[in-house]
Design a protein around this ligand. Structure first.
Ligand code: FE2
Length: 283
């Protein structure tokens, strides 16, 4: 029954996209938000990866499409920012439909003219989900550039887990039909809101969780099953330790390797330097 629903939904969505017609918002606005799966108790569908390698950046550890060391902020908009205001909000869930607190989301996108900022951090920023696994980003609708449909890049990572690199898409965009890496599973649910737009998207990460009888989030980190084990690290400077406040520029060692802190933060289990490119750069 669930499969049938999925199939028919997908079929309608595909047909609507192909025909460019306006289908009911619930269908064309994007895949069902994962929060509805949470409510039904079914297994959620994982958020797929999506790479294009086009967003120019410093080609270091993360390849040509990502610039590390983005500022921590939930708004990419400043008083002079041009473009249609857009709020993107939603949840980050794990495999058992439980929200993931303190998940890292690192967003980057083009400006209204379709350009990326390579020298600075305009339209780049990272944030963490709150205790309910919720995030919210204030930005603008990104401009188009040759060869791609409209999109927002994002890296999402549960504490201590692998990074999901993907993109979010807008419904009813003509180029969705011709962009070869467009994926309808990554469509946001977008609606008009005054002069701007509001979009919703829920991420589902491949993170094992212990199912519980309730879907209420916990206030503690749900993925603390691998506490740091490197507290006996050796020589040459401070060893990274959870609970320590680090400021930008500070150097630590972790598992015998040196790292420089990129963002002031308080370390916590799961945010070991090798796992957090927004916070630490390997030396
Ligand atoms: Fe891009």
């Amino acid at each position: 029954m669930d499969e049938d629903n999925k199939l028919s939904r997908k079929t309608v969505l595909k047909a609507a996209l192909a025909a460019g017609v306006v289908a009911p918002v619930a269908l064309v606005g994007g895949p069902a938000l994962a929060r509805t799966t949470v409510a039904s108790g079914k297994t959620p569908e994982l958020t797929p990866e999506c790479h294009d390698g086009d967003a120019p950046t410093i080609a270091q550890t993360e390849g040509p499409y990502f610039k590390p060391n983005s500022p921590e902020r939930t708004s990419l908009v400043t008083p002079g920012t041009q473009g249609t205001r857009l709020t993107v909000s939603g949840f980050v869930f794990g495999l058992a439909c439980q929200p993931i607190a303190r998940a890292l989301l690192d967003f980057w996108q083009a400006d209204v003219n379709g350009n990326y900022d390579n020298s600075g951090y305009t339209f780049r920023g990272h944030q963490y989900t709150d205790d309910q696994g919720r995030f919210s980003l204030s930005t603008i609708v990104p401009g188009l550039y040759p060869g791609r449909t409209r999109h927002i890049h994002v890296k999402v990572q549960a504490p201590g887990k692998p990074i999901l690199t993907t993109q979010l898409y807008f419904p009813n965009e003509p180029r969705n039909n011709t962009d070869t890496i467009f994926d309808p599973r990554l469509l946001m649910d977008v609606r008009d809101a005054g002069q701007g737009k509001e979009a919703a998207f829920d991420f589902v990460l491949n993170v094992r969780q212990t199912p519980t009888s309730t879907s209420r989030p916990t206030t503690s980190n749900p993925t603390t099953s691998n506490p740091p084990t490197s507290t006996s690290n050796p020589p040459g400077g401070t060893t990274w330790a959870a609970g320590t406040g680090y400021s930008a520029g500070v150097r630590v060692t972790y598992s015998g390797r040196g790292y420089v802190c990129l963002q002031a933060h308080t370390a916590q289990p799961g945010w070991e330097p090798p796992n957090t490119p927004a916070l630490w750069r390997a030396e």
